[in-house]
Design a protein around this ligand. Structure first.
Ligand code: SAM
Length: 372
C-alpha cells in the first residue's frame, strides 16, 4: 500500500467513526447529527476536518473521536469564536438551519483548525448529568430510613455521601436541589436547580422526612473543576447544543455549585474509597454512590473496588452502617440496557432494585424488587 492510500484508508476509518457517532445522535440532536455527517464526508475527501483530526486518526473507537470534534466545535461557539456558526446553536440563542450549517461552520473550522486539533487531542468526552440527582435523592431517602428501621431507630440516619467518578461533582449536593412533584416540592424548593424528576410512583420511603447530609466527598480520574471557566466550558461543550432542557439544567447546576463548592479529588476510585472508608462516623450512614461510571472502570480497579467495599461492609455495625447506591446501565433479559437504581445496606443485609429510568436520571419509575 502506498503512503497516500494508507492515509486515505486511515481517514476512511475515522470517517466511519464520525458517521457512527452521527447515527448515535439521531432523534436526539439533529444539529450534532448533521455536523458529524457533514464532517464525515469532509474527512473522506481530505477537507479541513482531516487537518483538525490529524494525529487522532488511529484513536480507539471508545474515545469517540466524533464527539470530541463536536465538543471542540461547540466550545468555539460558546467562546464567541464562531459567530457565523453560532446562529445555528440554541445554547447561545441560535436556531439550527441544517442545510447551511456546514457552509457556516467552514470559516471557523478553517480559522481555528490548529486550536481544534489541539483540543480534540487533549480532551476526553466527559459529562456530568445533574438529572441523576433525582434518583440519587430518592435512593438516599430509602437508604437512610431502611438503615434506621433495621437498627431499631425511629429517626432516619444522617448521611455521609462518597461519590466515585464524580466528574465535576454536580451530584454532590442532592439535598440542595428541588424536586418538583405534581403536588409538592421535595428537597430545597428555593434551590437554583429545580428538577422535574418525572417519577412514576414514588420512592418507598416517608417523603416527609428531610434528608440530612452531614458530609460529602468525591473523586474522579480526571476531575473537572467547575469553579473555573475552563471547567464549566468543558462540561458545557459536551451537552448537545440543541438539547435545551439538559443545557438549562447544567447551567442551573453550575450556578448552584458556585454557591456550595465541593472539591472533587483526583484519584482512582479504589484507593480513594479505601482512605475514605478507613474511618466510620458513629450514628451516620456512609453511602458509596456511583452513576454511569462502571463501564469505564478497568477490570483491575473493579476487582479492587469490590474488595475495598467488602472489607468495609464486614466492619459495618448498626451504629456505623454502610450503603452502596448505584445508578448504572444493566443488561436486561431482552439484551437491551436499562438504567437501574440499586441499593445494598450493611449490616442490615438489605439488597434492593429500586427501579429504572432514562440514562440522564429523568424520567424514572420506582418499582422495588429484590436485587439478586
Ligand atoms: C460518564 S461520567 C459520569 C459522571 C457522573 N458520575 C455523572 O453521573 O454525571 C464517568 C466518570 O467516571 C470517571 N472514571 C472512570 N473510571 C474511573 C475510576 N477508575 N476511578 C474514578 N473515576 C473514574 C471518568 O473520569 C468520568 O468523569
Amino acid at each position: 500500500m502506498t503512503g497516500t492510500s494508507a492515509a486515505v484508508s486511515v481517514s476512511s476509518v475515522l470517517a466511519e467513526l464520525f458517521a457512527a457517532a452521527a447515527r448515535g445522535c439521531r432523534d436526539r440532536s439533529p444539529l450534532t447529527q448533521r455536523l458529524l455527517t457533514d464532517a464525515a464526508y469532509d474527512l473522506g475527501r481530505g477537507g479541513v476536518t482531516a487537518r483538525i483530526m490529524a494525529g487522532s486518526e488511529r484513536d480507539r473507537e471508545g474515545t469517540v473521536p466524533g464527539l470530541r470534534f463536536a465538543g471542540a466545535v461547540h466550545r468555539l461557539v460558546l467562546e464567541g469564536r464562531a459567530p457565523a456558526l453560532a446562529k445555528h446553536y440554541p445554547s447561545v440563542g441560535g436556531s439550527p438551519h441544517l442545510p447551511t450549517l456546514w457552509e457556516d461552520a467552514l470559516p471557523a473550522l478553517t480559522q481555528h483548525a490548529d486550536l481544534l486539533r489541539h483540543r480534540v487531542q487533549a480532551t476526553v468526552v466527559q459529562t456530568n448529568e445533574p438529572g441523576r440527582s433525582a434518583p440519587l435523592y430518592g435512593g438516599l431517602l430509602v437508604a437512610a430510613q431502611e438503615a434506621a428501621k433495621a437498627a431499631g431507630r425511629q429517626v432516619p440516619f444522617c448521611v455521609r455521601l462518597l461519590e466515585v467518578g464524580a466528574s465535576g461533582g454536580l451530584n454532590l449536593r442532592p439535598h440542595h436541589v428541588g424536586y418538583q412533584l405534581p403536588d409538592r416540592v421535595l428537597g430545597d424548593p428555593d434551590s437554583l436547580l429545580v428538577l422535574n424528576p418525572e417519577w412514576t410512583g414514588t420512592p418507598p420511603a416517608d417523603l416527609d422526612h428531610t434528608l440530612r447530609v452531614v458530609g460529602r466527598a468525591g473523586c474522579d480520574l480526571t476531575p473537572v473543576d467547575v469553579s473555573t471557566e475552563d471547567g464549566r466550558l468543558h462540561l458545557s461543550s459536551f451537552v448537545w447544543a440543541d438539547q435545551l432542557d439538559r443545557w438549562n439544567r447544567l447551567r442551573d447546576a453550575l450556578d448552584l455549585a458556585a454557591t456550595d463548592p465541593v472539591k472533587v479529588e483526583r484519584s482512582a476510585g479504589p484507593e480513594w474509597l479505601a482512605k475514605q472508608l478507613a474511618r466510620a462516623e458513629r450514628d451516620v450512614l456512609t453511602v458509596v454512590w456511583h452513576s454511569v461510571v462502571w463501564q469505564y472502570v478497568s477490570p483491575a480497579d473493579r476487582a479492587m473496588g469490590r474488595a475495598v467495599l467488602a472489607d468495609a461492609a464486614a466492619k459495618a455495625t448498626p451504629t456505623t452502617p454502610l450503603a452502596l447506591l448505584v445508578f448504572e446501565p444493566r443488561r436486561a433479559a431482552d439484551d437491551d440496557y436499562r438504567f437501574e437504581l440499586l441499593l445494598r445496606l450493611w449490616p442490615a443485609g438489605i439488597s434492593l432494585n429500586l427501579g429504572r429510568g432514562a440514562g440522564h436520571g429523568t424520567p424514572f419509575t420506582w418499582d422495588v424488587t429484590p436485587w439478586e
